[in-house]
Design a protein around this ligand. Sequence first.
Ligand code: SGN
Ligand code: CA
Length: 517
Amino acid sequence: MAIMASCNDVAEEKPIKPNIVFIMSDDHAYQAISAYGHGLNNTPNIDRIGNEGVIFNKGFVNNSICAPSRAAMLTGKHSFVNGKVDNVRAYDWNQENFAKALQRNGYQTALVGKIHLDGLPQGFDYSNVLPGQGQYYAPDFIENGVQKTYPGYVTHVTTDIALNWLDNKREKDKPFLLLYHQKAPHRTWMPEEKYFTLFDDKTFTPPANFFDDYQGRPAAAAQEMGVYKDMDVVYDLKMLDKEKEIKTKYRGMFQRQYDRMTEEQKAAWDAYYDPIIKEFKAENPQGKDLALWKYNRYMQDYLRTIQSVDDGVGQILDYLKENGLEENTIVVYTSDQGFYLGEHGWFDKRFMYEESFRTPILMKYPKEIKPGTVVDELVQNIDFAPTFLDYAGVDIEESIQGESLRKLVKGDASEWRDALYYTFYEFPGEHRVKRHYGVRTDRYKLIHFYYDIDEWELYDLEEDPSEMHNVYNDPAYTAVRKEMHDQLKVMRSKYGDSDAMDQENLNRFLKAKGLSK
Ligand code: SGN
Ligand code: CA
């Protein structure tokens, strides 16, 4: 189909611009999407996007933490360029983002759900977002700058708002951009009633390196994100006993989340969790038994919250289909970063190690993308902005650092990148993951941890995909080490990062946290 635009005698063919639905969830590990083949759970609707389009096997983020990843996604630029280096510093909405560019080019734009960037979102005709992290039950939302509380469960509320926008607020003569961003499966993994018993009959076996001893990796040893050592039995694992005998550091924090539920929701919650609490108290597991119990409790609730996310994806896909929008709409599913599901013994993210550096990316666009396409090249969240602009026929500004995925998806990898750059800044901070940056090629990864430590790590991902052996000082890798250092130099200069920038970012962080000496 084409619109005939005639401003003079020569009729010009103006292609119809594609609609874009950009779905992002929070902390959704690729290991927990069935299309990636890890066998943990079933996500038929998310899988549909990959089956009907393309699945990226090597999708990565620039900075494995929420707000910086979202800022990179919006701007197409690395953290040290867009300024949102950590969850602490304010995001400057005045800078350019791809939604603004699409808006200027005739798109109607909307942002729904979690964005984690304070201030009124710019570039959107409609926004209805969670303040900060948001809540699972009776969530607050800020609709075009006005805060209100919605009854119900956050994943459904977000989906309903998105569907309502599509159905009632969309101007049907314009192309649209919808950012539909879920809070789940972010901590503290509170499921909806429908899924309370899902996985009750399943025992999850932790990854082979669940009992990692972090030998040769001091930064990995220093973290506070261990399933066994750091997970709070009440806050994370829901053992909120009525007798108040289980006293943990974050009990009060979980109580506040629990208290948001209605009496009916609490009754359903208690009917499911109380017997588990009773059994836990009676058995009082210790040591390895406790570690495995925690891991299973974690996996059950984490995966349950994903099931609701998958349902929402299904509703959106069905809506597009039923309303004749399927053919001309690009749908992307991704997460703001990956997540540890017990690898190295962890939950959370932050590290440049694979499970959190990587992120799921699936995309469909029936008009142009062949179903069943698989991409194995290195792609990154800074690529979303230029990709959308490219498909929309909008100029990609020089300052954008990502690359459009369009040609790659069509099978042309001739000029594609051979390395990715990564930064992480949020230290000292929650989970105690040290500041680092690094470079990854298809086979190797070089990481530098700095600030209160000065450690280099080198991994051969072909020989050691779980990153258990730091070969930085292994003589067999002398040449690789040199090549990777050269590659890192190239990356830092290409993107405009430097030791001076690291120092400046550190100073600003310490000042904001009141930690400056
Ligand atoms: C919260 C979580 C952390 C998590 C950060 C960042 N703690 O602070 O576990 O790492 O968010 O997550 S919680 O007690 O509030 O659950 S991010 O996705 O926003 O980057
Ligand atoms: Ca996140």
